[in-house]
Design a protein. Structure first.
Length: 76
């Protein structure tokens, strides 16, 4: 089972929440790249979001579907 399969098995509200998080983690920081004064913050947020995604995928591959998958989001 892949991470995407495990997420698809979750209740509907979890899928909605994951989509909201997707907007907050990737779409909103893209708006920060529009203004020169906020480009650094936008780049840092996007980089940390990408690192968190890779860490969650790696953790899922190693230990499976556990509640600890939220840990990289807090660390980065």
């Amino acid at each position: 089972m892949t991470l995407q399969d495990a997420m698809a098995l979750q209740p509907v509200w979890v899928g909605i929440w994951l989509n909201i998080l997707l907007v907050g983690a990737f779409v909103a920081p893209l708006l920060l790249l529009l203004w020169k004064s906020s480009r650094k913050a936008g780049n840092v947020i996007l980089l940390s979001s990408v690192i968190a995604v890779f860490c969650v995928q790696y953790m899922f591959d190693v230990i499976g579907d556990v509640e600890l998958l939220g840990l990289p989001h807090l660390v980065f």
